[in-house]
Design a protein around this ligand. Structure first.
Ligand code: FDA
Length: 391
């Protein structure tokens, strides 16, 4: 049985950061993971370039049963603190869009930076350790496939169940429950939406078509690209909206943001009465989508044959297509899981369980979920950092 001050379970973004921050305070830290490699999700993130934070990171861009919870950690370790660390390691980066910061080179640079910081802070990193039991007597005790360890502080940083083929598990939730912490049932977020019936019949042949759009759902709106897939819809606008979507609720899709679709269609009818409706729609929308929508909603050979009210009703559809998703593509395709350890059981300043001194939960394991665009990594850095300061 080896003794440490702090044991961190999970060497992903949040666990590495908690270990670094505790190690820098002189704590003897053990960082355990069942995977053979640290930071696997970091490595594949952002298409291999890691969207490591967002310049516009504000608490309002996170979902949680307690919308105020993330405020404290995000203020104590900000996106600017992480950017300064990236600059210290001379990692070149750029803003892609909407404040999203990516490495110019590779996500490997971020993992290498974190491993270097962990080594400098004296963190003992043990990979390939299957955790068989977690208990507490005087201290926390963690049994693994390679022996047992004890510590006065335990940080749960094993993430959520999104993308199980990468080794993701709901282990943190199970351990939290065992210590009496409530868990908000996890659900897939930042995930493609699936459709059925006539909607899917229309969408499936359009697989691969993408366009600028506004997706509205659950009282929020996201202006980004929508992508048709063979199962329904994806693309950043849909992924963002999916985090707010609840089964049975509609999704409203604006395919012509900021355009007066009715005026455009009426003007086209007057200017070119002999034009085919699909040709006119193709001036506003991708060709394949225009052809599919014209076949379904503008069944005429020439614009002149369509009454204005038919044009107006297509315009209404283009500006607010009301769709009823059948579901999501599930944890297998979700970028993150929403839900997790209930924030009501945690201190927002330190991430420590109020009723179990020495027990901390950080990162995706907790019921805080960011928007697409670097927000989830910033939550991992911020929550990990404040836990490491207190563990
Ligand atoms: P994370 O999942 O990273 O780490 C958990 C660690 O615990 C893993 O190392 C795992 O092996 C280990 N573990 C799990 N179960 C265990 C067990 N039972 N025993 C021992 N160890 C266990 N976010 C963002 O901000 N920008 C981006 O560009 C992207 N891109 C992106 C792409 C893809 C494809 C995905 C799936 C996700 C993203 N994300 C993202 C989201 C981001 O990856 C995610 O929010 C963070 O990795 C969460 O960090 P955590 O450390 O909490 O969990």
């Amino acid at each position: 049985m080896q003794n440490f001050d702090v044991i961190v379970l999970g060497a992903g973004a949040a666990g590495l950061f908690a270990a670094i921050s505790a190690g820098q305070r002189g704590r003897r830290v053990l960082l355990l993971d069942h995977a053979e490699e640290a930071g696997k999700k970091i490595l594949i993130s952002g298409g291999g370039r890691c969207n490591f934070t967002n310049l516009g990171c504000v608490p309002e861009r996170f979902l949680s049963a307690n919308r105020q919870f993330a405020r404290s950690a995000l203020a104590r370790y900000t996106q600017h603190d992480f950017i300064a660390l990236v600059q210290k390691h001379r990692i070149a980066f750029h803003e892609k869009t909407l404040g999203q910061l990516f490495c110019d080179g590779s996500a490997r640079q971020i993992v290498a930076m974190l491993l270097a910081e962990a080594a400098a802070a004296g963190v003992a990193l043990r990979l390939g350790h299957r955790i068989t039991e977690v208990s507490r007597a005087d201290a926390f005790r963690v049994e693994t496939s390679h022996g047992g360890f004890t510590a006065s502080s335990l940080v749960l940083a094993t993430g959520g169940p999104a993308i199980p083929k990468l080794g993701a598990t709901d282990f943190a939730h199970a351990v939290a429950r065992r210590f009496g912490l409530p868990v908000i049932p996890p659900r897939p977020a930042l995930v493609p939406l699936t459709f059925a019936g006539e909607d899917l019949d229309l969408m499936r042949p359009l697989s691969g078509v993408a366009l600028d759009s506004i997706a509205r759902c659950g009282g929020v709106a996201f202006r980004e690209a929508t992508l048709f897939t063979h199962r329904g819809l994806s693309g950043p606008a849909i992924l963002q909206a999916s985090s707010y979507w609840k089964p049975g609720e509609p999704l409203l899709l604006d395919l012509l943001p900021e355009q007066d679709a009715a005026a455009l269609l009426r003007a086209a009818k007057r200017a070119r009465p002999r034009a085919e409706p699909r040709t006119v729609l193709a001036e506003l929308l991708p060709q394949r989508l225009a052809t599919a929508l014209a076949a379904r909603h503008l069944p005429a050979l020439r614009m002149a044959d369509l009454p204005d009210r038919a044009l107006d009703s297509v315009a209404t559809l283009l500006r607010g297509w009301r769709l009823l998703p059948a579901g999501t593509e599930g944890f297998a395709k979700a970028e993150v899981s929403a839900g997790g350890v209930d924030t009501a059981a945690l201190s927002s300043r330190t991430m420590e369980a109020r009723k179990v001194p020495g027990l901390f939960a950080v990162g995706e394991a907790v019921d805080v979920t960011g928007w697409l665009g670097g927000y989830n990594f910033q939550w991992a850095w911020s929550s990990g950092w404040v836990a490491g300061e207190a563990a």
